[in-house]
Design a protein around this ligand. Structure first.
Ligand code: NAP
Ligand code: MN
Length: 266
């Protein structure tokens, strides 16, 4: 089996990376940065997002696993003290796979031409540096509302504990094939009216955002933000592709939520 390791880059993460690389190679696994079957992220959830995007073109063949060198992470849920155990487990492949849904974002330009397509593991956010955004929000091809406000966030179930949570969104179990649309400071008065609640959309209920006022948009896909002008529409839906996690032990999602936000379990 071929593996790659993505480190956060700090001394501690680099040291764990070196140890894992050494031991796994001793177990006859092959370090291959280009075509890994398994990608190990060492750092935080941010590092895991980086690893995901580095290998996003290999979703159907690559499995991911995260070791955290900071506080408990949602994606990086193995502690450094467990690394030796993890190495032995990896060396004993094949492993079990758990899949989580992803968000597919397609950005189309007014001029037509090539569209930009992305997968997000956490979310996409759409904001602007100049005032507020105004979007017609369509769901499944039907006009739903006209949104005016700071911006919108569309998150995956596993991203629901990140930005989405800060916006008052619900925490969704990643076994649900859905995306969640949350508002950032919508303007609500007698002229502008939005639903005001987070919306959870199932698979095939595509959400289309059409700018009604020309703006330069800051579109973030996970940790990466790009500036777009002349946007015709931003389409969001549950992706057909999924992220695959290598699973070597149980760590139920709700335990991770509890340990991160409520209190550490026993
Ligand atoms: P960051 O500023 O370090 O991320 C903010 C925090 O979110 C970090 O503590 C990060 O964990 C954590 N995080 C990332 N994914 C998570 C998840 N699925 N569930 C729970 N917590 C999660 O930037 P970053 O590390 O590059 O991460 C980018 C993410 O930051 C974005 O995808 C977005 O979700 C989030 N964000 C949140 C807010 C907000 O809550 N107001 C604003 C902007 C962005 P680590 O420290 O382990 O990296
Ligand atoms: Mn981070």
């Amino acid at each position: 089996m071929k593996f790659a390791i993505v480190s956060k880059g700090d001394q501690r993460s680099n040291k764990i990376k070196a140890t894992m690389k050494q031991y796994l190679t001793d177990f006859d696994l092959v370090y291959d940065k280009e075509n890994p079957d398994l990608v190990i992220s060492v750092g935080g959830d941010g590092t895991f997002l980086e690893a995901f995007h580095r290998y996003v073109h290999r979703l159907s063949t690559t499995a991911f696993i995260g070791v955290h060198t900071g506080h408990l992470g949602f994606y990086a849920d193995w502690v450094p003290e467990e690394v030796e155990k993890l190495i032995i487990e990896i060396a004993k492949t094949p492993f079990q796979i758990v899949e989580y849904p992803l968000l597919e974002v397609t950005i189309r330009a007014k001029s037509g031409g090539k569209e930009d397509c992305f997968f997000a593991l956490n979310e996409a956010t759409i904001k602007t540096a100049d005032g507020s955004v105004v979007f017609d929000v369509e769901i499944k091809g039907e006009h739903f509302e006209t949104f005016r406000g700071d911006g919108l966030c569309v998150s995956t179930p596993s991203g629901s504990t990140a930005y989405n949570k800060a916006l008052g969104g619900a925490i969704l179990h990643p076994s649900l094939d859905a995306i969640q649309l949350t508002e950032m400071a919508s303007i609500n008065n007698r002229v502008f009216r939005t639903i005001g609640s987070p919306l959870i959309l199932p698979k095939h209920h595509t959400c289309l955002l059409k700018p009604m006022v020309e703006r330069s948009f800051l579109i973030a896909i996970d940790h990466f933000t790009t500036n777009y002008t002349n946007v015709k529409s931003i389409q969001c839906r549950v992706a057909d592709e999924r992220i695959r996690f290598a699973r070597f032990r149980q760590f139920p999602f709700w335990n991770r939520v509890r340990d991160s936000f409520v209190s550490e379990g026993e």
